[in-house]
Design a protein around this ligand. Structure first.
Ligand code: KDG
Ligand code: MG
Length: 402
């Protein structure tokens, strides 16, 4: 089966998405997500200039060889732009192979390891009372696991707290908006939030929290310890993880489970964290970590060390990534949880999909392939809009991590 065309489709149905569509001489086509939030056109250009010309005429069934070709062949290994481009090719080729086999992708991977995939939703509010009410809303929708983020007294805005509750979109301006941050205010406030949540809902629902890379290792250790009475499912990205050794310090001080990896793009980024059992959940996902082919390697390394998967699934990961991730999740033996942020109705119209939500779980559906399509006429109605993620400064103006 030969690849006859490969096209990059950029659209913005409420937010930007980059999609690669690969067509073959047997009339079977597949799509892959290549969205890198705030840097979308860099990946689109990488695909157009350096990947698409080399795809034409290749055997669409040689997924592993194609992965190696673009990884080793670039010479400049790793990095988010390269790995997103490789992921898009890889996802589209798995989609094609599964369609050719007449199977849902999870069957090709080895079949279902569970009935459905537990997901967590995002509850957030300007203050504790509002966040508690939002968690209640998610529990009413059937969620078993909810991430809770809350405004911090004295800070005008903070990560994870949205104007539009169901469809949080942080990349909201062509030039990055500037937020202000105070670790002191944050560290004092977060335990109060989880105290209130456990008082209202007890210990049955899983509760999660994302620190979004904002603490130093010792501050992260303090937060982890102060949250222990509230038994979080996980504490995410407590400190920037390019310094993997930092997690040894955090681990020495707390048994709060840790989740890391949404900004990682290869197995090398997480190798020490996994092999030293410094984390409990690895958050790499299909689009940012080289597609199904590479994510499978990461998950299998993690399985050796009893680290479970918890793939990133924010709104900037398109429904195409979500569909592929759900097939992966249904199969992967060491599955933990899947993040699920709902997409807007405009996005859903562009990307019709087979997956379904029921009682806090998602199932990828049984359509052949990954079960997500693209309506190109709908996509054309939503042209690209420049939009950047915010930046963050300390109260004295020092640049900080957003
Ligand atoms: O593009 C950045 C977002 O994907 C990120 O801010 C979301 O941290 C995030 C999460 O856990 O969903
Ligand atoms: Mg996160």
């Amino acid at each position: 089966m030969k690849i006859t065309s490969a096209r990059v489709i950029v659209c913005s149905p409420g937010r930007n998405f980059v999609t690669l569509k690969i067509e073959t001489d047997e009339g079977i086509s597949g799509i892959g997500d290549a969205t890198l939030n705030g840097r979308e056109l860099a990946v689109a250009a990488y695909l157009d200039e350096h990947v698409v010309p080399a795809l034409i005429g290749r055997d669409a069934t040689r997924i592993e060889d194609t992965w190696q070709y673009f990884y080793r062949g670039a010479y400049w290994r790793r990095g988010p732009v390269t790995m997103c481009a490789i992921a898009a090719v890889d996802t589209a080729l798995w989609d094609i192979k599964a369609k050719a086999a007449g199977m849902p992708l999870y069957q090709l991977l080895g079949g279902a390891s569970r009935d459905a995939v537990m997901v967590y939703g995002h509850a957030n509010g300007g203050d504790i009372a509002e966040t508690v009410d939002e968690v209640a809303r998610y529990l009413d929708l059937g969620y078993r696991a909810v991430r809770a983020q809350c405004g911090i007294p004295g800070l005008a805005s903070t990560y994870g707290v949205a104007r539009d509750k169901m469809f949080y979109e942080p990349a909201d301006a062509a030039i990055a908006t500037e937020n202000r941050w105070s670790t002191t205010r944050y560290l004092d406030h977060v335990p109060k939030l989880f105290d209130a949540l456990r008082a209202r809902f007890g210990f049955e629902p899983h509760l999660l929290h994302d620190v979004h890379h904002r603490l130093t290792p010792i501050e992260a250790a303090r937060l982890g310890r102060s949250l222990e009475p509230f038994r979080l499912f996980w504490l995410e990205d407590p400190t920037p993880a390019e310094n993997q050794e930092a997690f040894r310090l955090i681990r020495r001080h707390t048994v709060t489970p840790l989740a890391v990896g949404e900004v990682f793009n290869t197995i090398h980024d997480c190798q020490a964290l996994i092999a030293e059992q410094l984390i409990d959940y690895i958050r790499t996902t299909v689009v940012h970590a080289g597609g199904i082919t590479h994510l499978r390697r990461i998950a299998q390394l993690a399985e050796l060390w009893q680290v479970r998967t918890g793939s990133h699934g924010a709104t900037d990961l398109s429904p195409v990534c979500m569909g592929a991730a759900l097939h992966f999740d249904l199969w992967v033996p060491n599955f933990g949880i899947q993040e699920y942020m709902r997409h807007t109705p405009e996005t859903e119209a562009v990307f019709p999909h087979a997956w379904r939500f029921e009682a806090g779980f998602l199932h990828p559906g049984d359509a052949p392939g990954h079960g997500v399509g693209i309506d190109e006429a709908q996509a054309a109605r939503h042209p690209y809009r420049p939009s950047a993620l915010p930046v963050n400064r300390l109260e004295d103006g020092t640049m900080w991590n957003w």
